[in-house]
Write a protein that binds this ligand. Sequence first.
Ligand code: AMP
Length: 470
Amino acid sequence: MKEMTLTRNILAQAAATPGKVALRMGGARMTYGELAKKARQEVELLSAWKKHHPVIFPGDRGLDTVAGMLGCLLSGRPYVALDPAAPVLRQDQVIQDVEDAGEDLPGLAYLMYTSGSTGRPKGVEITRDNLDFFLGATRTLPPEPPGEAVWLAHAPWSFDLSVLPLWQGLSRGDRVVWLDTARGVDFPRLGEEMAASGATCWVSTPSFARLWMRDPGFGPEMLPRLALFFFCGEVLDPGLALALMDRFPRARMVNAYGPTEATVAASLTAIPWELAEKGEALPVGRPLAGVSLAIAGEEGDLRPEGEEGEILIGGPGVGRGYRGLPSLTRERFFQRDGVSWYRTGDIGRLEGGQLWFHGRRDLQVKRRGCRVELGDVEENLLALPQVTGAAAGLGGDRLGALVVTAPGSRVTASGLMAALKERLPPSLLPQRIFLVDSLPVTSQGKLDRGAAGELLRARMKGGLRKDGGV
Ligand code: AMP
């Protein structure tokens, strides 16, 4: 088994400066020496297991989990972090899926589970080479302020945005500060942690930064060393970008784009003030060195510069596929001239070397930075015994669902919501459920998505409330 550059770097740092703080979370901290020691203990513990069998880490995001995940990378076993906010049933689906792997999964760094349109989470297989490639391509990203680089992030380890600050931070021998948001965002407590962090490099979705804009104390007094906002995972609105630049005039801003399937990010670009000030859609970047981007038409034909189509990502960051889903893997992943490619389902265009994001060609949406397959919400509603029809959709950043129940059923919208909470994590839960007699259909008798979406948005505006929507 080839040693990873990532693990070699971390162990070298531990040997050189064992007393240096590697990680901080709440009141807990771990030095590079402790991290390496605990990771080696994990390797010992795992030695009795199948050689490359994935190892599941429960939702607890404590620092020991990081040492455990590092132990996995050292021993050649992929790690799988469970979403701490997901209900037991959803976590069990992931555990079951991993157990079904049965045989070993050599060459993988981790399996990352994301919303699946069939109503179950799907596991993206990211290899050790994918991860090393991505870290190599983004190693010089943080500006070098005088003194130590400190990363600040909060995404759970089950979300691929955790990969950059965690593994890049540790690979570079920097300090990594994690905000524990598993039980919500406690502004005073997290504000104090931020102020004590000395952070130079912020990594989050734009939604998380937007949340902090509500706090008048969020500014250079709280984060005096902040030199970089790194955003990825959803549209960065120019208004938010400008508001952040106003508060943090000395911090640079980077907008990055990419799906979990291509290892965190495939492209990125700096967003200067002059660009955000125009108030127009912001670009999502130029490809990372070694990554290729292409735009494909309906027939798979490649589109010329400036034309819109599906974004294809090629290169060493493209993962192996979906665990246990060979036909979906064949549909979305392909090889051409020895290069791995992924069909993102995103619509975009390339112009002047920059990529622009125009939305999706399917039923995947982003809500507060979290990936939501509308089919996932609908299938889980349909799994409830009283439900005979369901259509989910977004209204602004709020998720809603129209639901038809079986004749004679006395279930209420809030009863359905309670039942759904047992099945879906908060990121996939509709804020509003509306009981309707029937769903709009097309002339072919299929669900009319356009009409259902309009109905949902009208109801979510609060116009029609006869139905006891919650
Ligand atoms: P995830 O796998 O959770 O990272 O979600 C990936 C999806 O998020 C992409 O396929 C895009 O639809 C969306 N996305 C990622 N980065 C951006 C960005 N900078 N701007 C707009 N959408 C983005």
